[in-house]
Design a protein around this ligand. Structure first.
Ligand SMILES: Nc1ncnc2c1ncn2[C@@H]1O[C@H](COP(=O)(O)OP(=O)(O)OP(=O)(O)O)[C@@H](O)[C@H]1O
Length: 241
């Protein structure tokens, strides 16, 4: 079953076309990698899906209903939740309170004791068990990424958007992170990940969409797209061509 469809999705910033007429579908329970060189439009595409930005033209549908143009909180309530490339947390709140904020405002809204219990479960899940009472400023970078994931999961999303969530992790943490994403898929979630870590793309993704200069240039399994000459050219640049 198709969870998400982009048709002609386009975003202009003045004269710059950051996302140019992009089409792709994401099937239920798939992990889809959105890859491409720096500045190719991946984060902007995630922003169009999550509602942080409105498309200039084109349509984005969730389970067949258009969501393009809806406000981000409406889209979250419909079951899409995300992490940000630059971690965004509420610095004056504790770790647990940040996760509870996700539960209160999300798709599946929880309050009081239920929100607290769920926050504890999610903190355990992402490897932050016992750290719920710490302040955000006391955490390492990696732990802030873990909280972002717990906060995104607190709304019980059907579709999870991960924007370079694995960036900056050391090899051991990367293995743990990849296992964590696998386990999220195993519990029935659909995931789109923007990622530069190719080992993660190879081991996690059922399908990849490759972008370059705002356009989709390839689509297929990781093995297919990563051996596609146009994709290799886009990553390496045309200088040696
Ligand atoms: N708010 C904005 N205003 C103007 N230009 C923008 C804005 N956001 C992104 N851009 C431009 O749109 C293009 C695509 O940027 P985007 O961040 O989507 O690329 P990306 O593929 O996610 O890159 P990276 O891998 O470096 O994160 C870039 O040229 C960028 O400078």
């Amino acid at each position: 079953m198709t969870v998400l469809s982009l048709r002609g999705a386009t975003k202009r910033f003045g004269g710059l076309v950051a996302v140019n007429n992009v089409d792709f579908d994401v099937q239920e329970n798939q992990v889809v990698g959105l890859i491409g060189p720096n500045g190719s439009g991946k984060s902007t595409t995630l922003n169009l899906i999550s509602g942080a930005l409105k498309p200039t033209s084109g349509t984005i549908s969730l389970h067949g209903s258009a969501i393009s143009g809806l406000r981000p909180e409406k889209i979250t309530r419909k079951g899409i939740s995300r992490t940000f490339q630059l971690v965004r947390l509420l610095p004056s709140m504790s770790v647990e309170e940040n996760v509870i904020a996700g539960a209160v405002f999300g798709h599946r809204r929880r309050w009081g004791h239920e929100a607290h219990a769920e926050a504890q479960r999610l903190l355990d899940r992402v490897g932050l068990g016992g750290k719920g009472q710490l302040q955000i400023g006391q955490l390492t970078y990696i732990d802030t990424k873990r909280i972002e994931l717990a906060r995104a999961l607190a709304s019980d999303p059907k579709l999870l958007l991960l924007d370079e969530w694995l960036a900056g992790l050391n090899p051991t943490e990367l293995r743990t992170g990849i296992e964590l994403i696998h386990s999220l898929r195993d519990e029935g979630r659909t995931i789109i990940l923007v990622e530069h870590v190719m080992d993660a793309i190879r081991s996690l993704c059922d399908a990849c969409v490759v972008m370059s200069s705002g356009s989709k240039i390839a689509e297929g399994t990781p093995a297919q797209v990563l051996s596609d000459p146009e994709v290799i050219r886009a990553y390496l640049g045309d200088d040696d061509a």
